[in-house]
Design a protein around this ligand. Sequence first.
Ligand code: SF4
Length: 391
Amino acid sequence: MARTPDVSLETSLSRLSDWDGVSVFEPKIPLCAFEKNELYTLLTEGYGVKKFRVKQIYQWLYHHLVDDFDEMTNLSKALRERLGKSARVRTTLAGIGHIASDGTTKFTFKLFDDAVVEAVFLPFETRNTLCISSQVGCAMGCTFCFTAQMGLVRHLTPDEIVDQVVFAKKWARDRDQNVSNIVYMGMGEPLHNLDAVIKSVAIFKHEDGLNFSRRKITVSTSGLVDAMNTFMDESDVQLAVSLNATTDIQRSKIMPVNDRYDLETLMRSLKVLPLDKRQRITLEYVMLKDFNDTIEDAQRIVKLTKGIKCKLNLIPFNPHPGSPFETPEEENIEKFQEYLRSKKVSCFRRKTRGRDEMAACGQLGEPGERPLPKHLKKRLEILHSDRMNAK
Ligand code: SF4
């Protein structure tokens, strides 16, 4: 069933009218918030633009990746000026944050309200993946995650999500590279911002625009089961789910979402998700030393994943300030993986990237002076005290 678009011309205008006093952004309609058919309606009905011109504008946005109407040289000067008065090509101010020793590059995006989100470009041998953000901060409060320390500041709009990919593609193009894959694994819980994520996915996939294959886009969730079911009904891209623990007691200690959707509920839902023949759910498993890295955990994973079309992604924990966790020893990670493979669990290990520049998984964001969210503070205190007692 089609969802009501969350960014109509009216809502865009009313949202943008709140931008008074903002220095670097003008309150204009963000063209990258619209799917092609919506853009067609907006430009033909709102601006009287001819149909073939809409196609040209769409190509300027997503093939040529321009930043400004002035660059749309096959449009008349009068049309460019008219569009420029009330619409915008770019929504964010992008900058390159850090380049880690392995080539991982962190981009920062300043938003209209001075909030900042991050995206990470990860060059691999056979592909370049862009990890993008869907929220400023995150409400989910996972205790192993740096972004969680910010709490949720706000959802990103579709154009703020799209801008991350357009900027990175342009940056990569200038270096004779490309962005081949998109993963929604940066700041935020994508399925907590469901409408904007669904819309941005549609924009990424459109064959006249960025034209990403559905197999090259992965949306991840901490396990919001209802939103996950809705998402899978409405979108056909790849799904990743953070498992991270093998018992409810253990999982609730690190992921408050488990109090709402326990392991049984989550795994039962994964079993019946509508997947095509080749599709597999990726189960993410952040490995935390002396917490979830034992052979007993591996044994429970074998049971939990039975009957689920999935592959397991092991992610050795990436340390960050204030965390009660450490990275497991290499030997333990290898034993864990070997055990799972011996039991025919499809199991991979995610290579750690960008750790030296806080660009690795779970390291994004800038909590600044903001106090820790209460629910996170309480859980972290318990974990720190468990750790002290174990010593
Ligand atoms: S791991 Fe993901 S869902 Fe959990 S707090 Fe961090 S950003 Fe949010």
